[in-house]
Write a protein that binds this ligand. Structure first.
Ligand SMILES: [Cu+2]
Length: 171
């Protein structure tokens, strides 16, 4: 029995370790800042599938939101509307999909706290292949969304030192 658990443990480590890092290249999630009391906001991220098989972003979750959905924008009689995207987002092998304002996005609903620019969070992305990836997220003013580290170039922009809001993150 012990041997079995050891074997499973080794297997899990193998799956969660370098193999996963090789599978995707994911930028930081950019979360749109909210005013106090707002219950909903959007998140944007660039995902590259480095694997040899197509995959699909099927779900996301975050501690700060009761419900997280994958949304798309549609034209409805000349009006842009958003709705939950059936079947998630297809990410072809070797391809990159960028979620950005006006297009595909992650919708965070039932926010338990205000999203203050400069703060960092974590968002977990779930793929059809079964991979779950926890991704760092940063809260940005709407004007800054897509301008920082949002173009899928994969560079690791770490914006440390921007957290001047520790005192007013009301929990
Ligand atoms: Cu939405």
């Amino acid at each position: 029995m012990t041997r079995l658990f050891a074997a499973i443990g080794a297997l899990l480590m193998a799956v969660a370790g370098p193999a996963l890092a090789d599978m995707f290249k994911i930028g930081s999630v950019q979360i749109r800042a909210t005013a106090p009391g707002m219950a909903v906001t959007g998140g944007y991220v660039s995902i590259t599938n480095k694997g040899h098989a197509d995959d699909r972003l099927v779900a996301a979750s975050a501690e700060f939101a009761k419900r997280v959905e994958i949304h798309e924008m549609i034209h409805d009689n000349g009006v842009m509307k958003m709705r939950q995207r059936e079947g998630g987002i297809h990410i072809p092998a070797g391809g990159t999909v960028t979620l950005k304002p006006g297009g595909l996005h992650i919708m965070f609903m039932g926010l338990g706290e205000t999203m203050v620019p400069g703060e960092t969070r974590e968002v977990t992305l779930e793929f059809e292949s079964g991979h779950k990836v926890a991704v760092p997220a940063m809260v940005l003013k709407p004007a800054d969304i897509g301008t920082k580290a949002g173009h899928g170039d994969g560079h690791d922009h770490s914006h440390g030192g921007h957290n001047h809001s520790a005192s007013d993150s009301a929990n």
